[in-house]
Design a protein around this ligand. Structure first.
Ligand code: PMP
Length: 304
C-alpha cells in the first residue's frame, strides 16, 4: 500500500485524500478518456525548508496538451497554480510523486469527447525508487507500441496504458523486471513507462519522436545535459539487435530517473557504464538543486 499525501485536489477544491471519490459510472473509467502527469518533488536537501519540483513548467504544459487532445481546455497556468497550492497544503517531508489527472467526469454512456463533462484532480504519494538503481533486466515485449494514427501519442493518455500494463506483466511473469516495446516498424520505441537510451562507441543514441515515443521530460533533460557535457547525441531509429550489443542501455523517466539495464532478453550487458553513471550523477545533482547551471529547471516552493 502506498503512503498517500493527506490532501488532494478534487472537483475544484482541496479535501482529504480519502474523501476524493468518483462514481462507478465515471465516463473515463470505461473509455480510458483521461490523461495524467507525473512529477517528483523533494524537500530541499540543502535544508532550506523548501520543496523542489523538477521542470514543473514542462510537466504542466504536457498535461495541458494532453487535455487539449481530449477536447478539454485546461491552461498550464491553472494546473501549475493548483500544484503549487497542493504542495503547500501537504508540506511533504519525504521524496514524493504528484499525479495530476484530467478526465471525462460525466456519468453518461457512449465513448466521445464532445458534450461530456471534464474534470481535473491532483493527488500525491511518497515515492522512493521505482526501479532498482542497481539495474534491471528487460524483455522485448510481444506487444507493440501504439501508432499515432490510432492514438495521440503526444499526450499521456490513460487508455494507452493498457499496452504498458500488458507489456510489464508479460515481462515480470516471465522473470524480467521491465519491458521494452518495439513500434509497428519493428524499431525500438520505449519501455512500459520510460524512454530508452543506448550507448555505442561513446555516442548516446535514443529513438526520435517519429518512433512513437512519449515526449519524456527526463529524456529531454538528458539530451540537453549530455550535449552540454560534450557527449555526442544522436536521435535515430534503434534496431532490436543494437540493444543486445550496446555498450550501455538505460531507461529514463520521472519515476525511474536513470535506471541502468543489466540484461536484455538473454544478453548480459557490460557492468561498466561510464556514460550512464556520468549522466545519472549530473541529473541527481540538478534535481537536488546543487547545479547552478540548471537552476531554472528546479522550481522551489516556500512552505512559509
Ligand atoms: N514513456 C512512457 C510511456 C511514460 O509513461 C513515461 C513516464 N511519464 C515516460 C516515457 C518518461 O517520461 P518522463 O520522463 O516525462 O517521466
Amino acid at each position: 500500500m502506498h503512503n498517500f499525501l493527506p490532501v488532494a485536489y478534487f472537483e475544484g477544491q482541496f479535501c482529504d485524500f480519502s474523501d476524493a471519490k468518483i462514481s462507478i459510472a465515471t465516463h473515463a473509467l470505461h473509455y480510458g478518456t483521461g490523461a495524467f502527469g507525473g512529477l517528483r518533488g523533494i524537500p530541499d536537501p540543502a535544508g532550506s525548508g523548501r520543496i523542489l519540483l523538477f521542470r514543473l513548467d514542462r510537466h504542466c504544459q504536457r498535461l495541458s496538451t494532453s487535455a487539449r487532445l481530449l477536447n478539454y481546455d485546461l491552461p498550464a497556468d491553472k494546473i501549475r497554480a493548483v500544484i503549487e497550492d497542493f504542495v503547500r497544503k501537504n508540506s511533504p517531508d519525504k521524496s514524493f510523486y504528484i499525479r495530476p489527472f484530467v478526465y471525462t467526469s460525466d456519468l453518461g454512456i457512449s465513448p466521445r469527447l464532445h458534450n461530456v463533462e471534464k474534470s481535473f484532480f491532483v493527488y500525491g504519494l511518497e515515492l522512493g525508487d521505482y526501479l532498482s538503481p542497481e539495474g534491471v533486466t528487460c524483455r522485448i515485449s510481444s506487444w507493440y507500441r501504439q501508432e499515432d494514427r490510432s492514438l495521440p501519442l503526444r499526450g499521456k493518455i490513460s487508455g494507452a496504458y493498457i499496452t504498458s500494463s500488458l507489456a510489464k506483466t508479460e515481462a515480470v511473469e516471465s522473470g524480467f523486471d521491465e519491458s521494452i516495446l518495439m513500434n509497428s516498424q519493428g524499431k525500438v520505441s520505449e519501455a512500459s513507462g520510460m524512454n530508452v537510451f543506448i550507448v555505442r562507441h561513446g555516442k548516446l543514441i535514443t529513438p526520435g519522436y517519429e518512433q512513437d515515443i512519449l515526449e519524456g521530460i527526463t529524456r529531454d533533460s538528458i539530451l540537453t545535459v549530455a550535449r552540454n557535457l560534450g557527449i555526442e547525441v544522436v536521435e535515430r531509429p534503434v534496431d532490436k539487435s543494437e540493444l543486445l550489443i550496446a555498450d550501455e542501455v538505460f531507461l529514463s523517466g520521472t519515476a525511474a530517473k536513470i535506471t541502468p539495464v543489466r540484461k536484455v532478453e538473454s544478453y548480459n550487458l557490460p557492468t561498466s557504464r561510464p556514460v550512464t553513471d556520468r549522466l545519472r550523477e549530473k541529473l541527481t545533482a540538478i534535481t537536488e538543486g546543487r547545479d547552478d547551471d540548471y537552476k531554472d529547471w528546479v522550481f522551489a516552493i516556500d512552505l512559509g
